[in-house]
Ligand binder design. Structure first.
Ligand code: GLA
Length: 697
């Protein structure tokens, strides 16, 4: 008997569910695109297995523990201390071209679950899950998965990231687990390991080819990602927000929505999955005026002067920045009352009367008069015990009664679940935005949460951001948490950029930026040219290398241009002009990542018809001559003219021989570039060759 199916189909992938009448939909397929017509029911394909229950319980969209399902459960809930065994036997499934909506209910416990799976433009699937308590008693929710998805027995490896402040997004590749693999985030923010996400690769999959499933959770707080092997021989990936014990109590009629999760199913390897996530995030971003304008060149004041500034010093810095082409000046930490170092002031969001006796408005006006936008750093969720706010409202800080406050960087965390705290922050920030021509906020969060603020803390932050965005829709916001401690899809609807890392060393930045772009697009990846030696690592790098690495994101400066020698200063102005010339090709387009021979890495941005290619040589080459660089994404582009635009770095030391081939453009067939490869000039350590490729007319 053919199964009754609900399915979604992208260019590459199909997601197929079987819909029995009185049970949640069963997973039949998540993988390469197929036509699901006329297949038998799952029950018809499954013989009894020894030592199994008489009633078969295959993996469904809503597996519940206790009555025959022994794998991970989609929910855990209690009533009056009793663990609830849930049986969803009333089921409604609506299937449309781009959406499956599943309504499940258990009359005995009164739990209703509404699940949605949307196929988004660009190919990613978005999962939503909302639980409602229709019983007459309060329900305590311990866990509600945002998504649970089967991973085929052909899965071979898990790609994930870990990190710390100044060393975000270290990639790890691990084999599929025999039992379980878990990444649980407990620091209250998504953390320096990057977005709560992972990629699962089939054997042989790489950046360009093969099956890659990439899942990310749109959540900025605690979360759990797990991959568990089912003894049937496949794996189940589950993702969801972690709730504090007892935190979510649903009164009769109340609902709880799990954060959304995004799944890319790619038959074109990791780059295909990345493209799907970028498309999904671009639909989630809310740009002032409805569309992104070219990303302005920043100068962010932090590493140029730290806490040591006043109106004249900042104006001088802004003038130097404007002279070389910067378009937005961001005044970082140190401008507000009592903020001479990191020991005081957080919470008191008015200009420091000693550093800025005239307030910030004259400063902002002077910066705008230079033709630049004025941006301001804030850290709204934080409070220093040494602040007027804390002296007035010590109870507003997250605290555990009877315990000493746990500070980090001398600060505590405000309890954003409290309406009066959010109102105070809204009014204070709203006043700043009304009184001063501020068109940009850098919104920082410089510590982990202890005690935890739970789910409500994250929702409080989102609510505050949403309120400010509604009141000031033209203001852009940058998300930051000690660099990249909160770069996740949860924040995406509220921000327009993330500060990727406080480590601006360009060698360190290469893998950090690649990890960032697995889920988030390059136009929201803050990438600055820092000083040399790097403040984070002490390493020195040429200006060209630093600029070429920053070129791959939303470009900016994190130095005092007046401290550059004249040659570097002129070169930096050239790089800024170069970025402006090419930013439309770098942002809101496709990107591709890949590896070459001898430690070379590459990134291309644009379309197969026109792109910029960055060939990055982070360390010294060992081969006598560079090997050709294969570019699979141009395979079908036909004749393609490649021109070497510039090499960032490697100018000093022994002469670098540039083959005569690179005196002008050269035309190849795309198939040659894909299968034989682009001949490369020799590249010294810490250099980047930037090519322009264009389909020949
Ligand atoms: C964090 C940010 C930095 C800077 C400082 C200011 O560390 O990542 O860019 O804003 O805070 O204190």
């Amino acid at each position: 008997m053919p199964a009754l199916l609900a399915s979604l189909h992208s260019d590459q992938a199909s997601l197929v569910l079987e819909c029995p009448p009185n049970a949640p939909p069963l997973w039949r397929h998540v993988g390469a695109r197929l036509e699901p017509s006329g297949i038998p029911t799952l029950a018809e394909t499954r013989t009894p297995a020894s030592f199994s229950l008489d009633q078969d319980t295959p993996f469904s969209t809503a597996p519940a523990a206790g009555l025959g399902w022994f794998g991970p459960a989609c929910l855990a809930a209690r009533q009056e201390g009793r663990n609830l065994l849930v049986v969803f036997d009333q089921v409604g499934v609506q299937s449309e071209a781009n959406r499956i909506a599943i309504h499940l209910s258990d009359p005995q416990t009164g739990i209703e679950l509404h699940q949605t799976i949307d196929l988004l433009a660009g190919g990613a699937f978005r999962f939503g899950s909302r639980l409602t308590n229709t019983s007459s008693e309060t329900l305590e929710l311990e866990w509600l998965a945002s998504a649970m998805i089967p991973l085929a027995a052909s899965s071979a490896a898990i790609v994930s990231w870990h990190g710390r402040h100044n060393a975000e997004l270290n990639e790890a590749v691990e084999p599929m687990p025999v039992h379980a693999w878990t990444r649980e985030i407990r620091r209250g923010i998504s953390g320096h390991g990057g977005a709560p996400g992972l990629i699962v690769l089939d054997a042989g999959a790489n950046h360009h080819n093969g099956m890659a499933n990439a899942l990310q959770l749109a959540w900025s707080g605690n979360s759990r990602l797990s991959v568990e092997r089912d003894d049937e021989g496949f794996w189940i990936v589950s993702v969801g927000a972690v709730l504090e014990p007892g935190e979510v109590k649903l009164a009769p009629g109340e609902s709880f929505a799990a954060p959304e999760a995004f799944l890319a199913v790619s038959t074109h390897g990791r780059n295909g999955a990345m493209a799907q996530h970028h498309a999904a995030m671009r639909q989630r971003l809310v740009w002032p005026g409805g569309q992104m304008r070219p990303r302005p060149v920043h100068l962010n004041s932090w590493e140029a002067c730290y806490f040591d500034h006043d109106e004249e010093r900042i104006v001088a810095l802004a003038e130097a920045a404007a002279t070389i082409g910067a378009e937005r000046f961001v005044l970082d930490d140190g401008w507000f009352k009592g903020r001479k170092d990191d020991a005081a002031g957080l919470g008191d969001w008015t200009a420091d009367p000693i550093k800025y006796p005239r307030g910030l408005r004259p400063l902002a006006d002077r910066i705008c008069a230079l033709g630049m936008e004025f941006g301001l750093w804030v850290e709204p969720e934080m409070i220093n015990p040494d602040s007027d706010l804390y002296r007035a409202h010590p109870e507003w800080a997250l605290h555990s009664p009877g315990r000493q406050p746990v500070t980090a960087r001398n600060q505590l965390v405000l309890d954003l679940s409290r309406t009066e705290v959010r109102d105070y922050l809204y009014e204070t920030l709203d006043a700043l935005l009304r009184d001063i021509p501020i068109s940009y906020l850098k919104w920082d969060h410089n510590r982990d949460l202890a005690p935890p603020g739970g789910h409500a803390q994250v929702l409080g932050t989102y609510e505050l951001l949403a309120r400010l965005r509604t009141a000031h829709p033209a203001v852009e916001i940058e998300g930051c948490a000690g660099g990249g401690g909160r770069s996740d899809a949860g924040l995406v609807p509220y921000v327009h950029r993330f500060w990727t890392s406080d480590n601006i060393d360009a060698v360190s930045r290469v893998p950090i930026q690649r990890g960032f772009q697995a889920f988030l697009p390059p136009e929201v990846m803050g990438a600055h040219v820092g000083a040399s030696p790097s403040h984070a690592t002490g390493r020195s790098q040429s200006l060209g290398f630093r600029a070429a690495v920053a070129m791959m994101g939303h470009f900016g400066l994190e130095l005092d241009p007046r401290q550059l020698d004249p040659a570097d200063s002129a070169e930096l102005a050239e790089w800024i002009a170069f970025y402006k010339r090419w930013r439309n090709l770098l942002h809101q387009q496709s990107i591709w990542l890949g590896d070459g021979a001898d430690g070379l890495l590459w990134q291309a941005a644009g379309t197969p018809q026109e792109f910029l290619l960055f060939a990055i040589q982070p360390g010294p080459a060992r081969n006598r001559r560079p090997q050709p660089l294969r570019l699979p994404f141009v395979k079908a582009a036909g004749a393609c003219t490649i021109e070497l635009l510039r090499i960032g770095g490697g100018a000093k030391g022994h002469a670098a021989h540039r083959p005569p081939l690179y005196d002008g453009p050269y035309t190849y067939d795309g198939s040659w570039l894909a299968h034989a490869g682009l001949p490369l000039p020799p590249l010294k350590a810490e250099s980047v060759a930037i090519f322009h490729g264009k389909a020949a007319a």
